[in-house]
Design a protein around this ligand. Structure first.
Ligand code: CA2
Length: 144
């Protein structure tokens, strides 16, 4: 059974509480439930991790290198600034998909740059929380 980890960065623990016009009304728990349903149907073992702390995300990425077959990451605001997360992702040798709920390219200029994209196999953004399921389906195909 393939193992996939879904990492979420800062503030994504507050999904569904505010900025619903940008990020929708689903909570992170709703997203995890939808992903678990996908996992059950597709014989995938999922893990989830969310942190507001850059170093904790780096630790989790490092831990994933020998334990997971694929990694999906919404690094939140760290997408645009974190050399440490970029470096950690570059070191691991498993496929990586970058994910964003919103379309970062039709928002503020500072969101147009991603340090994650350089080390990701592919990027899904702008499809709302459905993007998590799209990323899982893409990862399932990569790992086939
Ligand atoms: O669109 C995305 O998924 C983002 O990664 C979300 C990040 C943002 O900094 C990126 O540019 C794009 C921010 C997540 C903030 O989440 C909130 C949740 C509830 C209320 C307010 C913000």
């Amino acid at each position: 059974m393939k193992k996939i980890i879904i990492l979420n960065g800062p503030n994504l623990n507050l999904l569904g509480e505010r900025e619903k016009s940008q990020y929708g009304s689903s909570t992170l728990a709703d997203i995890e439930n939808n992903c678990e349903n996908f996992a059950k149907k597709n014989d995938v073992k999922l893990s989830f991790f969310q942190s507001n702390i850059e170093g904790e995300l780096v630790n989790q990425i490092q831990d994933s290198r020998n334990k997971q077959n694929g990694l999906i990451i919404n690094a939140g605001g760290y997408t645009h600034s974190s050399v440490a997360i970029h470096d950690a992702l570059k070191i691991i040798k498993i496929p990586i998909i970058e994910l964003h709920i919103s379309n970062i390219y039709n928002r503020e200029e500072f969101r147009h740059k991603s340090l994650i994209s350089k080390v990701a196999q592919g990027v899904i953004c702008g499809f709302g929380v459905d993007g998590y399921l799209m990323a899982l389906e893409a990862m399932r195909k990569i790992l086939k």
